[in-house]
Design a protein around this ligand. Sequence first.
Ligand code: PSV
Ligand code: MN
Ligand code: MN
Length: 399
Amino acid sequence: MTDQPSAPVTGGDPLAELDEFSIELPSWAFGNAGTRFKVFSSPGVPRDPFEKVSDAAQVHRLTGLAPRVSLHIPWDLVPDERGGFDALAAHAREEGVSIGAINSNLFQDDDYRLGSLAHPEERVRDKAIAHHAQCVDVMRATGSRDLKLWLPDGTNYPGQDSLRARQDRLADSLQQVYALLDPGMRLLIEYKLFEPSFYSMDIPDWGTSLTHCLALGDQAVVVLDTGHHAPSTNIEFIVMMLLRAKRLGAFDFNSRFYADDDLMVGAADPFQLFRILHEIVEQDAHLPSSEVSFMLDQCHNIEPKVRGQLRSVLNVEEGLAKALLVDEPALRAAHEAGDVLGANDVLMDAYRTDVRERLADRREARGLPRDPVAAFTASGYLERVSAERVGGTQASWGA
Ligand code: PSV
Ligand code: MN
Ligand code: MN
């Protein structure tokens, strides 16, 4: 990552920079998902974390884009009789992927009714901190670098609790969580405007997340979930600011029409995805040296899961390819000339370029199928696992 916008690309194929780009998949995208009204089950859904990793590995095998899988604890706990997390990490390696971020879960325990890290009672806060110690152990066993924390804490009614006292308790708890990290590990702090709390969230926005990160130290960075903002928020502005502050740690990509819909990324607003990725390219944050982790956070309620992840990954690749095609010298020249519409034309030219054939050619040249979705359907994988995965309990989002 550089302090200034990147130098213009001179010669060569701008899409070559896709070679080093990767996207992390969430284990929970492969389990059954639903809304508060109904969780639908699908044939072949994984029954345990091993099967989730195998499904995620299919996405990587067919696209070459998704070499890591995030886990959510306790959803993805591995019992000792299955070999523990060493066995899961070995299974991931055999499947050609590795374990990515470890997500803590502060939203499914009865003790957390009034919050977790910001809870009024020290006993509950200690329990939430101890859960992060458990997650750090999982990181050590799996070789994961990132501890990802989304805080559901907040209040439902004005006056319910002191907003300031909650913030002070949170800062203290976060310091204790941060102290658990080994050198080289990162704490990713995610923000969300609302839900499950409806009057105030304790980390509602990037400003709050960033303020805590700055107080904690260099190993603390912000996670931007694209579904966690008010309608009309200029998300690409936030991306630019966090990059500028060197505190954009990761994305949770998904798309939304109304609230935190967790739909396939690029499905609702591919232009917004392009605008975000343009800011990323402007600051070279698509290159591995930037250490921004491009993760998905999605649930596939009614659509097939592996295909849903394939489509999402390909949508991100397509958005990034278009962002890489922006004619940077022409854009700078238009900026300098104060050419409002000329500058906008340069950006829109790239967005309107159909890159599908070029991306298919690149895949073919790398020994990958031109059409990963068609290749997955033709592979018979889903039919095979649907026959094999009988018995046991199918994994569910939130199970
Ligand atoms: C919360 O809405 C969130 O975006 C967090 O990232 C959670 O860990 C995740 O969803 C669970 O799907
Ligand atoms: Mn998220
Ligand atoms: Mn969310």
